[in-house]
Ligand binder design. Structure first.
Ligand SMILES: C[S@@+](CC[C@H](N)C(=O)[O-])C[C@H]1O[C@@H](n2cnc3c(N)ncnc32)[C@H](O)[C@@H]1O
Length: 252
């Protein structure tokens, strides 16, 4: 099933408040984005495709760093509207398009990126095949997703119930890890559909479809980040994100 929850008015209002209202203090800005950007290959003169680009801030950032062009696609009209308003610049384009439909794109890219979007997609093997076909030889795929230790449990009627705090230490609710599949999470007053996959499935699907893994990171908050938002000390106990850098192996 394909869900477009970011076009749900109530949901997107709360999400916008998290990303814009708490700018610089949320886990994206403090943990995921810095780690992701550290892992990126050189973008100079590269053509980049961003899957589930959201507001597309990173697309403008990579263009500024010297990328030749960046195309950001997202299933949500709301997200693309904001991207066009805030981050469109010469050489950066945005398009409403689902990750399920990227085989329709008639172009090739040097780097394909995606931040925190793959866990919304049901058919991960098909996505990896489509990405392989869209990449130039020796191209890179860099993506982040919610950590499998976070996506696994089926008992999260409310995100906050997925962990408990004892003596300032986070204990995650870890269950159902070896039961991959759909998870319906109550988040921002909406029923959000996500998909849990084990490390085995995430990694082996890449390897079996022509990628080599160059780097994996489960980022923790830096001291500076913890100073800005002390609750992210919990990253030492309970990883939120997984980031993978994979390279397309060129067939002889
Ligand atoms: C958590 S947000 C991340 C946005 C952006 N990548 C970032 O890191 O700021 C997830 C994004 O994935 C998009 N998304 C979810 N399912 C999608 C799909 N099937 N195809 C394309 N985009 C999708 C959502 O609309 C949303 O913009």
């Amino acid at each position: 099933m394909r869900q477009n929850i970011y076009d749900d008015e109530k949901f997107s209002k709360k999400y916008d408040e998290l990303r814009e209202g708490q700018k610089g203090l949320n886990a994206n800005d403090l943990i995921e984005i810095p780690a992701f950007r550290r892992m990126m290959p050189d973008v100079k003169d590269k053509k980049i495709l961003d899957l589930g680009c959201g507001y597309g801030e990173s697309d403008k950032y990579y263009k500024k760093l010297g990328a030749k062009s960046v195309l950001g696609v997202d299933i949500s009209e709301h997200m693309i509207e904001i991207a066009n308003k805030n981050n469109k610049t010469n050489g950066v384009e945005y398009e409403v398009k689902a990750m399920e439909d990227i085989s329709q794109i008639d172009d090739k890219f040097d780097i394909i990126i995606s931040s925190l979007a793959f866990h919304y997609l049901k058919d991960y093997p098909q996505l990896v095949k489509d990405i392989y076909n869209l990449l130039n030889d020796n191209g890179y795929l860099v993506f982040s997703q919610e950590h499998p230790f976070t996506t696994c449990t089926k008992y999260t009627e409310n995100v906050k119930k997925s962990h408990t705090v004892i003596d300032n230490k986070y204990f995650g609710l870890f269950s159902d890890y070896n039961r991959p599949g759909i998870r319906t999470i109550h988040w921002f007053d909406a029923e959000v559909i996500k998909y849990h996959r084990t490390f085995t499935e995430i990694i082996n699907t890449l390897v079996q479809n022509g990628f080599t893994i160059e780097e994996i990171e489960e980022p923790v908050a830096s001291e500076e980040a913890v100073n800005k938002n002390p609750k992210y000390i919990n990253q030492l106990d309970r990883p939120l994100f997984l980031i993978i850098k994979a390279k397309k192996i060129t067939k002889e």
